[in-house]
Write a protein that binds this ligand. Structure first.
Ligand code: KMH
Ligand code: ZN
Length: 314
């Protein structure tokens, strides 16, 4: 999907719809129920997203969940309404075991899923410290991240490698720090991952790498050193303006883009986002400034070599 002559280079936009580490009290725009998640995903697709990255939440409380019934309801609901690539999380939320997080792979056999490439502290407790109108469980959830390690050991990663192969799922390799790229290299060297790989640089989580563009460039440079040109990439900048700063870097450097309420709640410095679609629209406008146009889901399927929507188990 590289530019030929005057052809515009396509950009694969991914919308991270709801997340598993944020809590609903942070923004009324975060979709909670299956219906809200489905509507938000379809709307994000209609304005330019080729991929929707999905978590699910308990409909009554908004608490992040690993319920396979909820996942099935959401992914089937989206598939009925549009052709977008549905990418469930295997990262889940705080307190979920690896088996709970990864159960979407054998259950849904999705075209794509996330694959987290290392362990690190995942700190969201400063959000609660800043104050706000939170339920008691939300404060506990956020405060509990003071003592939370997002666990992705080598044994865990080897297990996910087996599971994505069995499910015929393309992993999106989430790298939150430079060491995670070396973990990916190790898995490749053991023949556990298939090339070409797709890497997502996730910058801005407290406990891992921060999101200044120098750190993005450092990670991309390291990836080039380790993998040559044989990889695709996108970036998820956590928070505002990181989301759009990294989107701009990816647009300039031939990469792809992720935006969405999972990562960032603002569309401008002085304006909270009202929907995922609004965040995607801004990414599409930014792409246009760099002569990039949104890829359709089928163009993204071709770029990533996906098995196709007829081959999923939902
Ligand atoms: N929540 C993001 C920081 C996953 O779901 O597996 C990273 C993420 C990973 O989206
Ligand atoms: Zn996620």
């Amino acid at each position: 999907m590289r530019r030929k002559g005057r052809e515009v280079e396509k950009v694969i936009i991914s919308a991270a719809i709801t997340g598993g580490m944020t809590v609903p009290g942070q923004s009324p725009a975060i979709p909670i129920t299956p219906e809200e998640i489905i509507d938000s995903a379809v709307d994000a697709h209609e304005v330019g997203a080729a991929i929707v990255h999905l978590h699910v939440r308990e409909p009554e409380t908004g608490k992040p969940s690993s319920s396979l019934e909820l996942f099935r309801e959401v992914v089937s609901g989206i598939k009925e309404r549009c052709e977008v690539i549905v990418q469930p999380t295997t990262g889940g939320g705080k307190g979920m075991t690896l088996e709970e997080r990864a159960a979407v792979l054998p259950e849904l056999e999705p075209e794509m899923a996330t694959f987290n490439t290392g362990s690190f502290n995942f700190g969201l407790f400063p959000i609660a410290e800043r104050g706000g109108d939170y339920e008691e469980w939300e404060i506990e959830y956020l405060e509990g991240t003071r003592d939370y390690v997002f666990r992705n050991t080598f044994a865990d990663m080897e297990r996910i490698c087996e599971m994505v192969r069995e499910a015929g799922t393309k992993p999106e390799l989430e790298a939150y720090d430079v060491g995670h790229l070396y973990n990916i290299k190790y898995l490749l060297s053991k023949g556990l991952l298939d090339a070409p790989i797709h890497i997502q640089f996730v910058l801005g989580v407290m406990g891992a790498n921060a999101a200044p563009i120098e750190q993005f460039m450092h990670m991309r440079r390291t990836a080039l050193d380790l993998f040559g040109e044989d990889f695709t990439f996108s970036a998820a900048g956590v928070g505002y303006p990181a989301e759009y700063h990294l989107a701009a870097m990816c647009l300039m450097l031939g990469g792809h883009v992720r935006v969405g309420l999972e990562d960032n709640l603002r569309v401008r410095r002085d304006k909270r986002a009202e929907s995922n679609a609004e965040l995607v629209e801004k990414a599409v406008s930014l792409a246009d400034l760099f002569d990039r146009e949104p890829a359709t889901p089928d163009e993204a399927r071709e770029t990533f070599g996906l098995k196709g929507r007829a081959a999923v188990a939902f």
